[in-house]
Design a protein around this ligand. Sequence first.
Ligand code: SOE
Length: 385
Amino acid sequence: MIGYGFMGATHSQGWRVAPRFFDLPAEPVMQVVVGRNEDAVSAAARKWGWVEHATDWREVIARDDIDVVDVVTSGDSHAEIAIAALEAGKHVLCEKPLANTVAEAEAMVAAAARAGAAGTQSMVGFTYRRVPAVAYARSLIADGRLGTVRQIRASYRQDWLMDAEAPLTWRLQKERAGSGSLGDIGVHAVDLAEHLTGLQLTAVAGVLETIVTERPLMGESIGLSGKASTERGEVTVDDLAIFTGRFADPAGGAGALGSFEATRFATGRKNALRIEISGSAGALAFDLERMNQLEFHDATVPPLEQGFRTILVTEHDHPYLAPWWPPGHMLGYEHAFSNQVHDFVNAVVTGEPSTPSFAEGLHLQKVLEAVQQSSAADAAWRPVD
Ligand code: SOE
């Protein structure tokens, strides 16, 4: 695993726990975690259960005993590391968003295609696809329970940046993160909208706004390890993204219209990834802050009996649930990372294509870029490709 921040912790948990619960076709060995700061990465290795730590990812990628590379660094290094790993014949799991730019994502797709011809897997970590209620919602829609999807409303709203004195972390720097709330969390909303419905965004129109334009520099960026600095730096990404999108059906069916919001300034909302999908025969609503539940409205029952009802998605026959706890015993944020490891390891061993593919990651990158272009052009509609 290259990187050891927040996503390093979640992925480590996934790698460690998945083989304890799922019957995996191969046992992953958490061999080496890589980071530039030797003390910090060795502490991470001890804490999360990696056999070794290392400070040079190139040396690790060159090793014969490494089969899989998990990339959990900031977006600016995804392309370089993932391409090198694929060229070395390693299976790659890469955190979202796939890259910082469309050009990088295109190079990654080309590398994945070359490696894929030799049986090497590549997958992007849109982990919320592996939340059981989300996977179950997808199967209800695929079974036609919503009829024709007409409208999608998706938002991802957090509030951890509300404090104007919160430091200028890498997530607030365009050259490190690519974009702000748009690429960090808005991309999850777009991915879920498309993944759940099978529709694809073809055009978007929207606005990006930076609410707090300057913040204290992180101590480490001016050499004061860990301490907030008195110097301030410019926030170069968006704090708030609001956009609309037109969806087309690649299978030739009807399209739909969607609305999206992403922000880390939504007072009181901690991790509110919400999606509501309305169709001719029913509707579904999901809220990550209530992640074991799914709201379902069946518009085909007699009108006097209609209304949204809550499905508790904890039965063993619901997606991913069988190896976990007895019905009603909740799953949390971290379980999705184990579910992701389950899917990835199965793809690696069986050779079945892993999803989301790098090509899907590229498409999402094009959506992000089109939203940025639209915002720069007074919210004019922009084609996604
Ligand atoms: C931070 O906003 C963040 O950690 C995202 O980067 C993740 O993708 C999301 O799962 C939770 O919020």
